[in-house]
Design a protein around this ligand. Structure first.
Ligand code: URA
Ligand code: SF4
Length: 221
């Protein structure tokens, strides 16, 4: 009965988070932002990508990963036959740190509740961390050089697939091939995580089993 066209509970929860983020003044980053960047993507996806924080272009548009790092992220996804519309993308902090400085711990802490709620709404099989700040949230103390490209479990049982931040490869060309090589391991990591979870959820990532009704594509901006 029309259920497929109605927003799911998860979609509504994500919309609620996005609305709150756009009006949020919980930390000092609110003062310098043009637009907050709540995140966007496929609310049915099993894959959540978590970056660091908005840059200049993200701040101007309110969308995650739409600048140079985002262009590389698009290339990385297409290398495994995926698109942005197959995943959900957000950041540890939703407002741009001035001059693209690292987010302060107090800002990460102030913003953490939004990401907690996005995780609960999406219930992803795998969280792909992009860069150090995202990695520290899930695997405190882990070193990116040791764990990148390997599926790990967080202390709360989440499956985490750490990757370098795409922006790092824009400054250090040798990381580019590492990023592509790690990304090529993501589909297998997703399957392993799903198997471990034992769930039978279908996602848009499984294109062959996805019908138009299955894909509840929602852009959160
Ligand atoms: N870098 C990030 O970490 N996040 C974005 O959204 C864009 C660039
Ligand atoms: Fe609120 Fe997060 Fe933006 Fe800080 S970074 S103002 S906590 S949405």
């Amino acid at each position: 009965m029309g259920a497929a066209s109605e927003p799911s509970g998860g979609a509504m929860a994500l919309q609620q988070v996005a609305d709150e983020v756009r009006g949020c003044t919980r930390c000092a980053l609110s003062a310098g932002r043009t637009k907050a960047v709540p995140g966007e993507g496929n609310v049915r996806s099993d894959v959540l990508l978590v970056g660091e924080g908005p840059g200049a272009r993200e701040d101007a548009t309110g969308r995650p990963f739409v600048g140079p790092a985002g262009q590389l992220l698009d290339e990385l996804l297409s290398a495994i036959g995926w698109q942005r519309a197959d995943v959900f993308i957000t950041n540890v902090v939703k407002c741009r740190p001035p001059g693209n400085r690292d987010p302060e711990p107090v800002e990460v802490a102030a913003c953490a509740g939004y990401l907690d709620r996005q995780e609960r709404a999406l219930d992803p099989a795998v969280v792909v961390t992009l860069g150090r700040h995202s990695l520290q949230r899930y695997l405190p103390g882990a070193r990116i050089g040791a764990v990148h490209g390997h599926l790990r479990r967080s202390s709360s049982g989440q499956h985490v697939f750490p990757m370098y931040h795409p922006a790092a490869a824009l400054h250090q060309a040798s990381l580019r091939e590492t990023l592509f090589s790690d990304m090529r391991g993501l589909p297998a990591a997703l399957l392993a995580a799903r198997e471990a979870i034992g769930g039978e959820r279908t996602t848009a990532v499984q294109a062959e089993s996805t019908t138009a009704d299955d894909v509840e594509q929602m852009t959160l901006f």
